[in-house]
Design a protein around this ligand. Structure first.
Ligand SMILES: Nc1ncnc2c1ncn2[C@@H]1O[C@H](COP(=O)(O)OP(=O)(O)OP(=O)(O)O)[C@@H](O)[C@H]1O
Ligand SMILES: [Mg+2]
Length: 255
C-alpha cells in the first residue's frame, strides 16, 4: 500500500532563539530520504529544539524565532503559504514519554485519519490495522482494539504512538528519545520497527544512547552547545570521528 516517500529535509544556516537565548547556531544539515539520522549530544545542546524546527512545533512556544531555511522535499516549510497542519501530517512526531489519548486503542490510531477527513469505516479500519502492523504492535492488540490505550504497558503505548503517527502516512518521522522510558525488550522492539520503517520513511531520532545510535542510524550528527560539531556516516563517526569534541563525547569523557 505505502510507497517510498523519497522525501528528504535540507536545513541551511538555521538559527533559533527562545526570546534572547540563542539556542541553535548556524546549523546546516541534510537528512537524506529513507535513511535514519541520529542526533546526539549532551543535555541542553539543542537536539530537541532542532527536531521541533523540522515540523514547526516550536511555533507553539511564545517568543521563539527561527532564521535560515528548512526545505522539505525542496519546499520552504516556513513559507507563509504553507499549511502547517499538512506539514505536521507529512512530518510526524513521537515524543519521549508515550502520550496516548484516553481513548480506545483503535481510536488513538484512527484519530488522525478522521481529523484528515476520512469517513469510510472500512478504509479507516484497514489503515488502523496497517499502521499497527508497521509499528509492530498488531499481534499484541488485535483482540483488544476497543480497550483503553491507557491499559497498555509503556512499551506498547509507545508503539501505539508510533502507529498513530504512521496512520496518516507521513513522509518523515521525528522521534525524540522514543525509547528512553522503556525497558531493554521494549527498546529492542522499537528499534526493530525503526529498521522496518525506513524503507518507507525518512527518520530522524534523538537519542542519548550511543549504542542505540550506532544500531539504528545510517548517519549521525553530533551537537554541542547549539552548534553542529560533526555529521557523517554513523560507522565513520563512531570509529573515526574527525573532531576531538566528538571523540570525547562518544567515549564518555563528557556529557
Ligand atoms: N521552551 C523553552 N524556553 C526557553 N528555553 C528553552 C526551551 N526549551 C529549551 N530551551 C533551552 O534551549 C537549549 C536547548 O534545549 P533542548 O531541549 O533543545 O536540548 P536537548 O539537546 O534536547 O537536551 P536534552 O538531551 O536534555 O533533552 C537549552 O539551553 C534549554 O534550556
Ligand atoms: Mg531533548
Amino acid at each position: 500500500m505505502t510507497t517510498q516517500s523519497n522525501t528528504g529535509i535540507t536545513t541551511k544556516n538555521v538559527q533559533f532563539y527562545y526570546s534572547k537565548h540563542h539556542a541553535l547556531h548556524d546549523v546546516s544539515l541534510d537528512f537524506p530520504s529513507n535513511k535514519v539520522t541520529a542526533l546526539i549530544g549532551p543535555s541542553g545542546c539543542g537536539k530537541s529544539t532542532f527536531l521541533r524546527c523540522l515540523n514547526r512545533m516550536n511555533d507553539l512556544i511564545p517568543g521563539t524565532r527561527v532564521e535560515g531555511s528548512i526545505l522539505l522535499d525542496g519546499q520552504d516549510i516556513y513559507a507563509s503559504s504553507l499549511d502547517v497542519v499538512e506539514l505536521r501530517r507529512r512530518v510526524g512526531m513521537v515524543f519521549q514519554r508515550p502520550n496516548p489519548f484516553p481513548k480506545t486503542i483503535f481510536e488513538n490510531v484512527a484519530y488522525g485519519l478522521r481529523v484528515n477527513g476520512l469517513a469510510n469505516q472500512t478504509e479507516i479500519g484497514d489503515r488502523v490495522e496497517a499502521a499497527l502492523k508497521r509499528a509492530a504492535i498488531w499481534q499484541e492488540v488485535k483482540d483488544r482494539l476497543d480497550a483503553s490505550a491507557l491499559g497498555l504497558s509503556g512499551g506498547q503505548q509507545q508503539r501505539l504512538c508510533i502507529a498513530r503517527a504512521l496512520a496518516v502516512e507521513p513522509e518523515v518521522l521525528l522521534m525524540d528519545e522514543p525509547a528512553s522510558a522503556l525497558d531493554p525488550i521494549a527498546t529492542q522492539k522499537i528499534e526493530e520497527s525503526i529498521h522496518e520503517l525506513k524503507s518507507h520513511l525518512t527518520i530522524i531520532i534523538v537519542t542519548h544512547n550511543m549504542q542505540q545510535a550506532a544500531r539504528v542510524s545510517d548517519y549521525t550528527a553530533f551537537f554541542y552547545m547549539g552548534t553542529l560539531v560533526e555529521h557523517g556516516e554513523t560507522d565513520t563517526l563512531f570509529t573515526r570521528p574527525a573532531k576531538k569534541q566528538t571523540e570525547d563525547y562518544i567515549t564518555g569523557r563528557f556529557g
